[in-house]
Design a protein around this ligand. Sequence first.
Ligand code: MN
Length: 243
Amino acid sequence: MRILVSNDDGIYSPGILALAEAAADFGDVRVVAPHVEQSSMGHAITSTRPLSYHRTVIKDFEAFRVNGTPADCIALGAYQWDKVDLVLSGINLGTNLGNSIWHSGTLAAAKQAALLGIRGIALSTSIDDGEPDFSKLRPYVDKVLKMLIERPKSMLLNVNLPREPTDIRWTRQSVRQYDGKVVPGTDPKGNELFWFTVTPLKESEEGTDRCAFEKGWVSITPLRLDLTDEEDLGRVQEERSSA
Ligand code: MN
């Protein structure tokens, strides 16, 4: 099995090495990832300038750095390596729960895979208590990868790992309330500037990714590319047929 490993934290992140090492138990691994951090870049692609694809050293792995976004890395990685079976993205330094899914570059790499007809799995972990100890996470990363690789039905999956997981749950995305916030400030010259930041929501809904994570469980959310609001579309069609 050919496994393409990417991320949005940049190719020299400890998270991508941890993921490549875990992936190596399941197939041939190639790392293709952004040269510099691309967190919160979402599903951006680079279309106004060319992309480069340079070999680099990530332990014993065949690895290439790209001067682009996570989505670029998957498009280019799949172009350079025939018949990729699986794309793994992460392990992100920071969770991608709830609304973060919309902004995440980690997720975008997995989504780009799904757009190309390749399975995509995004993995993220908490950095609330400093840099994660990936050796401690490894048993759960192995367990989750084994479980998901043996069940090849889902095309797109979002996995979040707490610092010390105790169990695994299948969840849905939490979307009850947006947690993005603009915080104003000033630069050293007194000019106004703004930080767009995220404040964690206090309460989470039962059955969601956020809720599972808070309980110390690994959260696995199956996602789809079709964003159509079926309920609203149904209502519109009903209104039109009865008009
Ligand atoms: Mn990131």
